[in-house]
Design a protein. Structure first.
Length: 310
């Protein structure tokens, strides 16, 4: 099979391209390169464009390198984290950047490959690291996090009812022996929630994955970095897949659109805060019904975009 035919299907490709048609220069950062689907769409539809593609997962970097070989003169692929966007841009000497894309979450291969340890329906070692050279995997988080903290993680990052019961069930099992596989963990969650559904399992696994990869911290740092790296008039586009991510994006865009952010009872402005962004989406853009029918992974996607002010 060719790299393209086995690849992750890029979500809201048309909408991303529409925003990127309207940037001051056609140099882009795809900060979640993945299988290179969005990057390929940009490179093929905008013949003058150049794309810097970043991904934290060495396997994604390898895959995208092959897939984008025909555009090798207009693409530079970098293994790294978007939480370090400013450093990467400085070290790699990026020219002015007209648009930055974040397509959050995981590539299909990461979810479907049991060896990556993200799946609650296929057995594999509990891992969930996007970059497997990093230290702490799901194995350590599940087996070493104190029960109270585990409850907080499941409640906060999974928004899962019955988090205390799940943490208790984990705690009891891991005293017998370490919890090592994805199906073991799934079974423990099922034992703690009467009639547990796939959605319950997905939320618990999501909570652990978020902590393993510090996904929300990465997003916050990535947005700050993007605003500093993108040129005035340039556009930041973010596609998120759950409410915790979308809230961070919404709040970041809103607060950077504001002028003064002093407490309302201060008679004069002390903060000196100036608006730095203009939101291009007041409400998030969602995929069409047709796209959701063709690609069920698109169903939870929300796109927000903003333009950096001069
Ligand atoms: C949904 S996929 C992107 C798919 C891509 N847009 C495409 O069309 O093929 C998300 C990608 O972001 C990567 N990723 C997640 N967190 C990251 C981070 N902090 N820095 C860089 N890449 C990250 C994942 O490894 C994954 O490949």
């Amino acid at each position: 099979m060719s790299p393209r035919s086995e690849a992750h299907c890029p979500v809201m490709r048309r909408e991303v391209l529409e925003y990127f048609l309207d940037t001051p220069v056609q140099t882009f950062i795809d900060s979640t390169l993945g299988d290179g689907g969005h990057a390929e769409a940009i490179l093929s539809k905008l013949p003058e464009s150049f794309v810097f593609g970043i991904d934290r997962d060495p396997e994604a970097v390898e895959f995208a390198n092959k897939r984008l070989i025909e555009y090798k003169d207009r693409v530079q692929i970098i293994r790294g984290r978007f939480g370090k966007l400013e450093e990467i841009a400085r070290e790699e000497n990026f020219p002015p950047v007209g648009g930055i894309l974040f397509d959050l979450g995981l590539r299909s291969e990461q979810i479907n490959n049991p060896g990556r340890g993200f799946s609650f329906s296929r057995d594999g070692k509990l891992d969930m690291r996007i970059d497997n050279s990093e230290n702490r995997s799901a194995l350590e988080i599940v087996n070493e996090t104190p029960r109270g903290e585990l409850t907080r993680i499941i409640a906060t990052y999974g928004e899962q009812p019955g988090a205390g019961r799940i943490a208790r069930a984990i705690d009891i099992k891991r005293r017998e022996k370490p919890i090592e596989s994805t199906l073991e963990l799934a079974e423990i969650v099922r034992s703690a929630i009467y009639g547990a559904t796939a959605a319950d399992l997905a939320r618990v696994f999501q909570a652990i994955r978020i902590v393993v990869n510090d996904e929300l911290g990465e997003l916050q740092r990535g947005l700050v970095g993007a605003l500093s790296v993108v040129m005035p008039g340039g556009i930041i586009v973010v596609i998120s897949y759950h409410s915790l991510e979308d809230r961070i994006v919404k709040n970041f865009f809103k607060s950077e659109e504001k002028g003064c952010i002093c407490p309302p009872d201060l008679p004069v402005c002390r903060c000196g805060h100036r608006p730095r962004l203009k939101r291009l989406t007041r409400k998030p853009v969602i995929p069409t019904e047709k796209e959701c029918a063709e690609n069920p992974k698109a169903r939870s996607a929300k796109l927000r975009a903003a333009r950096k002010l001069d």
